[in-house]
Design a protein around this ligand. Structure first.
Ligand code: ADE
Length: 224
């Protein structure tokens, strides 16, 4: 999978996407992640990529031209499955959307800033609009990182145990059951006996029951 992220704040991506699972997926050659600085596509000497909104109102708007040039440059090199714009008024992201995107080969993630992007970008260049929740971030960068992280871990071979993404919360619309590790008893706090019984069928049944109970208690909406 290849993910190209377009942003006017490329430095923000240095931390989270250069560690741990994401780093290893890139080292293994399973994922390619490229960050593109929108300012490289500005056509003025001050490298401005934003301007005042027509009709007035507070806040700057990201200009159409540098975004179009950057996307055209990427599209001249390969075909993209989706151009995803991160915006609080997009479709709310969830695991089912993550699963669908994880099957794609090439994705562009476009980060908005200030008051967002010129509407013509959304009408003519963007194919999907995604929000990571009903709150407003200062820009789309953190949202793009959330998407990239959630997608990369679903790429086959990225997680050591291939089944472990399948047992995540929200797969099958259920929250994950509780987990325990050694010691099996500490200060009198015990691990449920079934988990140390070695009885595979009973352990599976227990996990399913716990997942269902947790979902009923915490997120009944997932069961509707
Ligand atoms: N940009 C600003 N807020 C956002 C959100 N909640 N989701 C996606 N992109 C955003």
């Amino acid at each position: 999978m290849r993910i190209d992220i377009i942003t006017c704040l490329p430095n923000l991506f240095e931390g989270p996407l250069t560690q741990s699972i994401v780093r290893r997926s890139m080292d293994k050659g399973l994922v390619q992640l490229e960050i593109h600085n929108l300012r490289d596509y500005a056509d003025n000497k001050h490298k401005h990529v934003d301007d005042y909104a027509f009709g007035g109102g507070a806040g700057m708007v990201l200009m159409l031209k540098p975004i179009d040039k950057c996307i055209a440059d990427l599209k001249s090199k390969r075909t993209y499955d989706e151009v995803i714009y991160l915006t609080p008024d997009g479709t709310t992201y969830n695991q089912s959307i993550a699963n669908q995107f994880s099957l794609k080969k090439n994705l562009i993630l476009l980060c908005g800033h200030y008051k967002g992007v010129d509407q013509r970008v959304r009408e003519h260049l963007v194919t999907k609009e995604i929000s990571i929740g009903d709150y407003v971030l200062s820009g789309g960068e953190l949202a793009a990182m959330v998407l990239a992280d959630s997608l990369i871990r679903l790429v086959p071979g990225v997680l050591n145990d291939e089944t472990s993404a399948l047992s995540d919360s929200f797969q099958n619309n259920l929250l994950a059951p509780p987990v325990y590790t050694r010691p099996s008893e500490y200060k009198g706090w015990k691990v449920p006996e079934v988990l140390t019984s070695g009885h595979g069928v009973k352990i599976e049944a227990w996990k399913n029951e716990q997942a269902l109970r947790r979902t009923e208690e915490r997120r009944p909406d997932l069961l509707e």
